[in-house]
Design a binder for this molecule. Sequence first.
Ligand SMILES: Nc1ncnc2c1ncn2[C@@H]1O[C@H](COP(=O)(O)OP(=O)(O)OP(=O)(O)O)[C@@H](O)[C@H]1O
Ligand SMILES: O=P(O)(O)OC[C@H]1O[C@H](OP(=O)(O)OP(=O)(O)O)[C@H](O)[C@@H]1O
Ligand SMILES: [Mg+2]
Length: 311
Amino acid sequence: MDLVNHLEGRLLFAVPKSKSPPNQGRLQQATLDLLSGCDVQFRRETRLDIALVKNLPIALIFLPAADIPTFVGEGRVDLGITGRDQVAEHDATLPAGESSNVEEILDLGFGACKLQVQVPEKGELKEAKDLVGRNVVTSFTALTEAFFRNLEGAEAGQKLTTKIKYVGGSVEAACALGVADGIVDLVESGETMKAAGLKAIDTVVSSTAVLVKSRKANSDILALLASRLRGVITAQKFVLCQYNIPREQLSVASKITPGKRAPTITALEEEGWVAVSSMVEKKRIATVMDELIKVGASDILVMNIANSRTD
Ligand SMILES: Nc1ncnc2c1ncn2[C@@H]1O[C@H](COP(=O)(O)OP(=O)(O)OP(=O)(O)O)[C@@H](O)[C@H]1O
Ligand SMILES: O=P(O)(O)OC[C@H]1O[C@H](OP(=O)(O)OP(=O)(O)O)[C@H](O)[C@@H]1O
Ligand SMILES: [Mg+2]
C-alpha cells in the first residue's frame, strides 16, 4: 500500500524515532506509551516511517527528534513530540527578529536532561569562559554559538573566537581524541560524562519532552488529541487522595490538599466527620500524608488515576 497517498485529510503527527535502530530512542518508548494511553491505535510496518491510525484521522510520522522542529516549523507536519532542547536549537538557527513557528503546547514530563558545558575532570579549565577561543564540539551548534556569543560579548554578525564544531553523536569522545578542549552535550544520570573523564561546568538549557504544534495548524482533531494527551499526562502526575477528618479540622486539611480546583467533601454517617477526596501531585504525596495525619486525618487512601480530563 502506498501510504503517502493515504495522508490526505489526516492530522500529521511527528513522533521521535531512534537514528540508530538497535537503540530504543530516548523518547520513543515513553511516546508510544502515551499514545496508547490516548487510545491512538496503529500498526507500524517494519522499516516504514509512516503509520496510519486506525480509529482516528491521524497519521504518525516517525522522525529523528532533532528533525521534528524543522518539519513542524515549516508546517509540513501539524503536531510533534520532541525534546525542548531540540526546539531551542531550531529556534536558535532562525535569523534575528524572525519568530518561531514551533509552539510548545504541553510539557510531557519525561526525557528530562540538561545540555551542559563539559571539560576534562583533571585540567586547568574551571569555568565556561576558560573555553573562549578554544575548540568546542557539540551536536547543538546554534545553542552553543549563542552561549559563547553571549560569553564573548560578541555582536550579531561578529566572528566568534571560540571554534564550534558539529558531531552527530558520541560527543563525549571528542576531548579524549584531542578534537575538543570542551564539549556541549546532554547529561541525565551523568554516567556518560563520568566515564569519559569529564565534568559539567555550566548549563546551556534544561529539557524535557514537549508536545509542539505548527503555529498555523488548528483543527478539531488537533484539539482533541492535545486534550487526550493532557489528560494522560495529568493522570501520570497526580494521585487521588481520600481521607476522613473531623469537620472542625476541615479548613486546615483543605489547605494541605486544595485539589486542582477544590477538594470534594462528603458527609459521613458518623456525626462530626467528613470524607475528603482531592488530587495531589504524586511527588508530594508522602509529605501530604504526613501533614494530614498531624492534623487528625484517618483512613487515608491513595489511588492511581488512569486518566483525567478537564477540557
Ligand atoms: N540521556 C538522556 N536522558 C534523557 N533524555 C535524553 C537523553 N539523551 C537525549 N535525551 C532527549 O532525547 C532527545 C533525543 O535524543 P537523541 O537525538 O540522542 O536521539 P535518541 O532518541 O537518543 O536516539 P539515538 O541516539 O539512538 O538516535 C534529546 O534531544 C533529549 O531531549
Ligand atoms: O547522563 P547520561 O545518563 O549518561 O546520558 C547522557 C548521554 O545520553 C545521550 O547519548 P545517547 O546514549 O543517546 O547516544 P548518542 O550520543 O549516540 O545520541 C547524550 O548525548 C549523552 O551522551
Ligand atoms: Mg541519543
